[in-house]
Every structure is written in structure tokens, then in C-alpha cells.
Design a protein around this ligand. Structure first.
Ligand SMILES: Nc1ncnc2c1ncn2[C@@H]1O[C@H](COP(=O)(O)OP(=O)(O)OP(=O)(O)O)[C@@H](O)[C@H]1O
Ligand SMILES: [Mg+2]
Length: 590
């Protein structure tokens, strides 16, 4: 993942953990494949014995005994074949079990680092690809290939010329496999990228279905998807064409080769150098020798896809390599210190906010105002650790955010994002942040603090009401208040609200003011971004953020009243600040 820097030892450890215990299984599968391949010589031996012994002696008992023996060996071969494929399926399931949660975790992390959600979700699909491949014929071919020499030796022992012919055939087919690999490798990366792009468009269209319908954009949206899909299909077709053609060539070559072995065998028999049984035996053995090559070519596309997926997953796991989990720290209860932070967008690296610093003590509430695009949301993203800071630091009770364990820190933080984004679950689950051991009293308390308890109990299933994706079952104002309840759940020390009143009615705004007062009264810290002053009733401090800088910071009376304190050192000189309402939307003279 972009921006991660781990030591090579950590990377190695992470990659090793992923394939832990697999080496033993690979050795086992290799041995089982050896047994399967030795047993697969049964057919050839049977032919040899039938022609050279049973037919020449005319003995029925010999024929019966040979046949019984052959059937027994075939059954064994089948048994080992079954064992092998069952082990492979289980290896696939085991890898999946290990990788799927990791891949999902990275999917949650990736968008922060500038990846599209479609690209992030692709990691989950990679797990499916690897598991699917392990359950297919592809790996069987790979395990059979190393045993090819067994058949070559067998044919060689029948007659050196036949051995040479089969070896030559194997060589040509292997060359063909390598050519396929080289020809398709170039396209497989591009094809994968095309799939991601197509899925990203599909994802965004599905999300914005209402807009597309309302403004007659649906047909254009489908067109956009169609173009992306056409690109994907073009690349896919090209890859399929290559592997399909090579597959056909290899099959034809194999048939020619098999007949050539028969022909050469016949010639050698006429010359008196070979028995009739040996012709058939050689033909069967050489066919068997080349079968895995054919199978490998046939499965090449899937093999390449699985290999690429596995490589991506490995990189993913490496990116997630656990750094030492930070030591648990006592719950913060004193201060939030922001020391000259500079924040850049994770994807583009563009600096969006520079040199912002202020101190807040327990019991204080800060209102953040300023024009659209000024950097308010950027600031709070850095304050709660969603975006990393380039320079400077954010400290809770003196400890930098990076010293906190992510999950632990999350328990001390309440965040109401600008677009509320509820998860697909019940009201109860959303408020309790999907805590399986949530205390119902804490949930109700949070709902009451957000002033939404009455509304929830009026819902058909109360707290158990399912919200659907993005909280679709609720109105925008209701969603915002459930988001507020989620931020207030279990009284976190730091509560950050990004325009919490953008969809609230008068009653909701009163609840918000009371919630901020309650946070202050219990010794927490509240941060409120607001365009509408009604959200700032309960705050005591106000900061002005514009053009990526903090141009003013002081008590509410000072800032909104008009007497402006100088911004902390390192800031641009004091700026004049809008006096009239609405506070933040007014352009501020430079
Ligand atoms: N993910 C991102 N990648 C790159 N630039 C971004 C990203 N998010 C925001 N920006 C840019 O950062 C600047 C500040 O955005 P931010 O969301 O912090 O503004 P804001 O003050 O919260 O505005 P608003 O009041 O409209 O919510 C904007 O110019 C925006 O274009
Ligand atoms: Mg914003």
C-alpha cells in the first residue's frame, strides 16, 4: 500500500504467516501426485502384458488375473486422485479463511490511501480467485508436470527412439506453454485494471441511482458503463484468443504426436525391434506424459489470474504487517493539543492545511467556522487520525495519536462525519458501533442525549429497526441524529461533529446544544464545525479556518463579536473575521 514503510524483516514475517504450514501440504501433495502418476502407468503395463503374455500364451486365467490386478490399481489411482483434490480444496478453504478477513480489513483501509472502493473490494475477489483455482484442474496439472520424466523413462526403456520422440514433443509443448505465458502476461494486468474501472463506474452509478433517474442521466450512465465494459471485453477477448489458440495448437500437436508414436512403434515392430504390446504401451504412456502439459495450457489463464491475485494479496498482507501494537494508555481526560499540524490529501499529497495549532482542555468546546473548502473537514480528519499529519502532532493527554491503539482510541472518540453514513444494520447496532456486548442502557442514553429516543421508539421495530444500506429507511435529519447518538455513545472524551445541524430542525438543534453542554459538563471536549451559528450556542471557543490556514482563534465573544486575537505563532497574521451572520459562508477579506 502506498505510504507504508516496513522493515524487510517485518515484510518477510507477514508473508510467511500467510503461507504458514502450506509447505508441508505442498510436499504431501507432491508425493501423492507421485503415487498417482506411478499408478497411472497401470494402463501401459496392462497393454504390454495382454499383448506379450496373455495373447501369445492364449491363457484365459492370465488374462483374468491381469485384468483384476489392473482394476485394483486403477481404483487405487482414483482413490489417491480423490485425496489429492480434496486436500487442494481444503487448502483453498484454509487460505481463504486466513486471507478473507485480512483482505477485507485492507479494503477498509485502502480508500484512505487514495484507492477507489472498487479497487479495495477487488482484494476480496482476489481471495475468491485463489480459492477457486485451488479447487480446479489447474494445480493438478502443476503437480503432475514434475512427474513427466517417469513416463519418458518408461517409453525410453521400451525403445530409445520412442523416448526421444516423446521428449521432443514434451519440449515443443513446454515451449508453447512458456510462449502462452509471455503473450498473456502482458494483457492480464491491463485486463484486471479494466475490470476495476468498470466496477468503479457500476458502483458509483448504483450509489447515485436517484440522481441519475431524476435528471435523466440514466442512459448516459449506462453508456459510460458500457464503454468501460467494452474496453474490458476487448482485453478479455484478446487474452482468451491467445490462450484459446495456443490450447488448440497444443491439442493438435498432442494428437499428431500420439499418432507419430504409434507410427514409429509400428515401423520399429516391422523392423523387429519392438513387440506389438509395446506399441500400445508406448502410445498410452506418451499420451499420459503430455496430458499435464495440455492441461496446464488449458488452465493457463486461471493459473495466471490466481498467481496475480496471490501476489496482490501478499502485498496486501505485507502492507498490513503488524507493527508492535502500542501499549495500552489510560483513558484521556485532560487535554487535546494540536501542535502546528500540516495535512496533505493521502492520494494526491496536496497540502490542504498548514501549521494549525491550538490547545483545548477538558470541559471546553470549540466551534470551527470558515468558508467552504477552507479545510475544516480536513482538520478534523487529522485530529481523529483518519488522515495522517505531515508535520506537527496531535496529542491527547500528551500522547501523540500514533501512540494509541486504533481500536482503543476509537472508544475515546465520537465522530459525526459531514455525510452521516450509517451502516447496514439496526438502529441499535449503528448507535452502539456494532459492539456485540453493548449495554442497552448506554444505547438509550446516547439516543436520549441526541434527542432521538422518542423517534426511535415510534419506529415499527424500535431500536431493532433495520436501516438498510446508508440508513436508507430514515430521513436525512433522523440519520444525522442517529449519527450524533453514535458519536455520543459511551461518553467519549473527544466528540467531533462536522456540521451536525445541517439537516436538523429547531428541536434537533436544541438537542445538539444540550448534547454539547453535557459533553462539557462531564469533562469531555467537543469540536463543532458549523456554517449555521445555531450549532455554536454551547461552545466557548471559536477557530476560523480558511484557505488551509487557521486565521483566528479565541473565545466566542472575541471572534464572533469582532475583536480578534492574533492567531498562535506560526500562523498568518490576524485576519479580520466576518461579523455578521451567517458566520462562515461569508467571504472573509484577506
Ligand atoms: N480527498 C481529498 N483529496 C484531495 N483534496 C481534497 C480531499 N478532500 C478535500 N480536499 C480539498 O481540500 C480542501 C478543503 O476541503 P475540506 O473538506 O476540508 O473543506 P471544508 O472546510 O470542510 O468545506 P465545507 O464547509 O464545504 O465542508 C478543498 O479545497 C478540497 O478540494
Ligand atoms: Mg467540510
Amino acid at each position: 500500500m502506498r505510504g507504508s514503510n516496513f522493515t524487510s524483516a517485518q515484510k518477510r514475517k507477514a508473508a510467511e504467516r500467510m503461507t504458514q504450514g502450506l509447505r508441508g501440504i505442498v510436499v504431501f501433495l507432491f508425493s501423492v501426485s507421485g503415487i498417482v502418476n506411478v499408478l497411472a502407468l497401470t494402463g501401459s503395463f496392462y497393454m504390454l502384458q495382454i499383448y506379450d503374455r496373455a495373447l501369445s500364451s492364449g491363457s484365459i486365467p492370465t488374462l483374468v488375473a491381469l485384468s483384476a490386478l489392473a482394476i485394483g490399481l486403477y481404483l487405487f489411482q482414483g482413490l489417491f486422485d480423490v485425496i489429492r483434490s480434496q486436500v487442494l480444496v481444503r487448502v483453498g478453504a484454509r487460505l481463504d479463511k486466513r486471507l478473507a478477513p485480512l483482505a477485507h480489513q485492507v479494503a477498509i483501509d485502502m480508500p484512505r490511501f487514495g484507492f477507489s472502493t472498487a479497487e479495495a473490494l477487488e482484494r476480496g475477489r482476489d481471495v475468491d480467485t485463489v480459492r477457486g483455482f485451488l479447487g480446479s484442474q489447474g494445480p493438478v496439472a502443476l503437480f503432475d508436470l514434475p512427474w513427466m520424466p517417469l513416463y519418458l523413462v518408461f517409453v525410453y526403456l521400451l525403445h530409445p527412439l520412442l523416448g526421444a520422440l516423446t521428449l521432443g514433443g514434451a519440449f515443443v509443448l513446454t515451449l508453447l506453454t512458456i510462449t502462452t505465458e509471455i503473450m498473456t502476461r502482458r494483457w492480464s494486468g491491463a485486463t484486471h485494471q479494466a475490470v476495476i474501472e468498470r466496477n468503479a463506474i457500476a458502483d458509483s452509478n448504483a450509489r447515485n441511482a436517484e440522481i441519475l433517474k431524476a435528471m435523466g442521466m440514466a442512459r448516459r450512465a449506462v453508456g459510460r458503463f458500457d464503454r468501460a465494459n467494452a474496453e474490458h471485453l476487448k482485453l478479455q477477448t484478446r487474452t482468451n484468443d491467445i490462450s484459446g489458440s495456443f490450447g488448440a495448437i497444443s491439442r493438435v500437436l498432442r494428437m499428431i504426436l500420439q499418432s507419430a508414436v504409434l507410427g514409429l512403434g509400428a515401423y520399429l515392430t516391422i523392423q523387429g525391434e519392438l513387440s506389438a504390446g509395446a506399441i500400445i504401451a508406448a502410445s498410452v504412456a506418451s499420451a499420459r506424459a503430455l496430458a499435464p502439459v495440455d492441461l496446464a495450457i488449458g488452465n493457463w489463464k486461471a493459473t495466471v489470474a490466481a498467481r496475480d491475485s496471490f501476489r496482490r494479496l501478499k502485498e496486501t498482507v505485507i502492507a498490513l504487517a503488524d507493527l508492535e501494537r502500542p501499549m495500552p494508555l489510560p483513558a484521556p481526560h485532560r487535554s487535546l493539543k494540536v501542535e502546528g499540524i500540516t495535512v496533505a490529501a493521502p492520494d494526491s499529497g496536496r497540502v490542504l492545511l498548514s501549521e494549525v495549532g491550538f490547545d483545548l482542555r477538558a470541559g471546553q468546546a470549540l466551534g470551527i467556522i470558515g468558508p467552504s473548502g477552507g479545510g475544516k473537514t480536513t482538520l478534523v480528519r487529522a485530529l481523529i487520525g483518519i488522515w495522517p499529519v505531515l508535520r506537527g502532532s496531535v496529542r491527547l493527554d500528551g500522547a501523540e495519536l500514533t501512540q494509541w491503539d486504533e481500536e482503543e482510541l476509537g472508544g475515546h472518540v465520537g465522530y459525526l462525519p459531514q455525510d452521516v453514513s450509517l451502516l447496514n444494520g439496526t438502529v441499535e447496532e449503528n448507535i452502539s458501533r456494532f459492539d456485540p456486548s453493548a449495554d442497552p442502557r448506554a444505547i438509550v442514553a446516547a439516543a436520549q442525549a441526541a434527542g432521538i429516543h422518542e423517534m426511535i421508539v415510534r419506529l415499527p421495530e424500535g431500536y431493532r429497526t433495520r436501516l438498510g444500506p446508508q440508513g436508507a429507511a430514515l430521513s436525512a435529519g433522523q440519520r444525522q441524529r442517529i449519527g450524533l447518538a453514535r458519536a455520543l455513545y459511551r461518553d467519549p472524551f473527544l466528540v467531533v461533529m462536522d456540521e451536525p445541524n445541517s439537516n436538523l430542525d429547531a428541536e434537533g438543534e436544541t438537542a445538539l446544544t444540550e448534547a454539547i453542554q453535557a459533553i462539557r459538563a462531564r469533562g469531555g471536549i467537543a469540536l463543532v464545525i458549523a456554517h449555521r451559528p445555531s450549532a455554536l450556542v454551547a461552545v466557548d471557543l471559536v477557530a476560523v479556518i480558511q484557505n488551509g490556514r487557521m486565521t483566528a482563534f479565541g473565545s466566542k465573544e472575541e471572534i464572533i463579536g469582532g475583536t480578534v486575537r492574533r492567531a498562535p505563532p506560526g500562523e498568518v497574521a490576524s485576519a479580520s473575521v466576518p461579523r455578521a451572520r451567517p458566520i462562515a459562508t461569508e467571504r472573509v477579506p484577506a
